[in-house]
Design a protein. Structure first.
Length: 417
């Protein structure tokens, strides 16, 4: 028990700068995430005289546009230094946050929102995952999961910060403060962390000298695929719809959490507490999953990580008591923590690392596309009069289809290793 922990701590100590860079980028992605923008929804609607559907439509439009642009902007990380790409992404994100505070017209707000979503949710996350996947091999699972804790830290810290700032200085000044935070805090710190181009993981520096570890991790693809080759690979089209399921389903329920609470007669305060439990469970699951996937690869985890999501939907469907909130969020957190780890390891293990930025940007764009569609489709179901339980049952069907697709993929992989 002590030996694995000591190896984990040794890995963190020897790679603290690059790991902290990954965590800082995922934490900084919060400024463009749905939960962050959603906390300003009422103020933004009032400022630009928007209905709920108009705001939701604008949000979905820019998110879809961001998804379409990601395959092209995301591939640039394969062509320039990491520090150069990171500096551009953070600077544009800061400019977008400042623009949100200053723009006087709705169309200007939509443009600013696009850059906020694309460079925040899209490219900040993409930079972190690509760096962890490219520069680590034997400890890639640990690196991905440690960096991904930045998402949960943002979800845990920013809601209280935002509410406080709006009360103290107003919503526009809050965005000015966040822009300054990015330029004065995040940008120089990230540049310092990766000023020297990171080196690929080497056994002599980063791992114990034993037979479990080697310069080329046994789970990494034996050759590097190009994006054109990936697009011709049938496995890609089997995996993508399945990988999109957690993002699509949970985004739909998270965006419409008020409806969920009302439909199930759950106190909104307990739903908020459930989010804290969700963030904690997600962190713990991802940290446990990292060492597991380093040893066994992503395939064993992939066989099971969707199952808790299916049971979380059953909790929504059949449990009306208040404890159902925590069953739902706990199971969703386990599934999301597993998905974060699988998503970081899947592409380098299947397709190599040389063109990882180009390949990941394609997959991330499809995930963003799913998160853009979810609020609209869930909104249509709500407007059509479906209850939360009925929507959960429909979502359950999708999750079961996704589990079947993953099972098919794993069977084919076993037949053709």
């Amino acid at each position: 028990m002590i030996a694995p922990i000591s190896r984990y701590l040794r890995f963190v100590r020897l790679n603290k700068q690059l790991l902290f860079f990954g965590l800082l980028m995922t934490f900084g992605s919060s400024f463009g995430q749905s939960f962050f923008v959603g906390l300003f929804q009422m103020q933004l609607r009032e400022a630009f005289d928007l209905t709920a559907s108009a705001f939701g439509g604008a949000f979905s439009f820019v998110t879809l546009l961001s998804a379409a642009a990601l395959p092209w902007t995301g591939r640039v990380i394969d062509q320039v230094r990491l520090r150069t790409f990171s500096a551009i992404v953070i600077t544009v994100l800061a400019a977008a946050a400042l623009a949100i505070a200053l723009v006087p017209h709705f169309w200007m707000f939509v443009v600013a929102l696009f850059f906020l979503r694309h460079f925040g949710q899209g490219l900040m996350s993409h930079t972190s995952s690509t760096a962890m996947g490219r520069y680590f091999s034997a400890n890639r699972g640990k690196a991905v999961t440690l960096a991904s804790t930045g998402y949960s830290l943002g979800e845990a810290l920013f809601p209280a910060v935002i509410v406080t700032l709006i009360v103290l200085i107003g919503w526009r000044q809050s965005w000015v403060a966040f822009s300054a935070m990015l330029m004065v805090g995040v940008l120089p710190l990230c540049l310092w962390l990766v000023w020297r181009e990171p080196q690929h993981e080497a056994p002599a520096e980063n791992q114990p000298d034993d037979k479990e570890h080697s310069t080329l991790h046994p789970h990494t693809a034996k050759r590097d695929w190009t994006r054109a080759e990936v697009l011709r690979d049938p496995r890609f089209y089997i995996l993508i719809p399945a990988m999109m399921a957690p993002a699509f389903i949970l985004t739909g329920f998270f965006i419409h959490q008020g409806f969920l609470a009302q439909s199930k007669d759950w106190p909104i305060e307990l739903v908020a507490a459930g989010f804290s439990a969700f963030a904690l469970i997600k962190i713990v699951t991802s940290l446990l999953a990292g060492p597991f996937t380093d040893r066994f690869g992503f395939r064993p985890l992939m066989a099971f990580y969707m199952v808790p999501l299916a049971f979380s939907l059953l909790a929504i469907s059949f449990i009306d008591a208040n404890y159902g909130i925590f069953i739902y969020f706990t199971l969703a957190g386990i599934s999301t923590g597993g998905a974060m780890t699988v998503g970081g390891l899947l592409w380098p293990e299947l397709y190599g690392t040389k063109h990882l930025g180009s390949i990941r940007s394609l997959s991330v764009s499809l995930m963003v596309f799913a998160t853009a569609l979810a609020p609209v489709i869930f909104g249509w179901m709500i407007d059509a009069g479906l209850s939360a339980s009925a929507i959960a049952n429909i979502s359950l069907i999708y999750s079961l289809i996704a589990i079947s697709m993953i099972s098919f993929f794993l069977r084919q992989e076993k037949k053709n290793p």
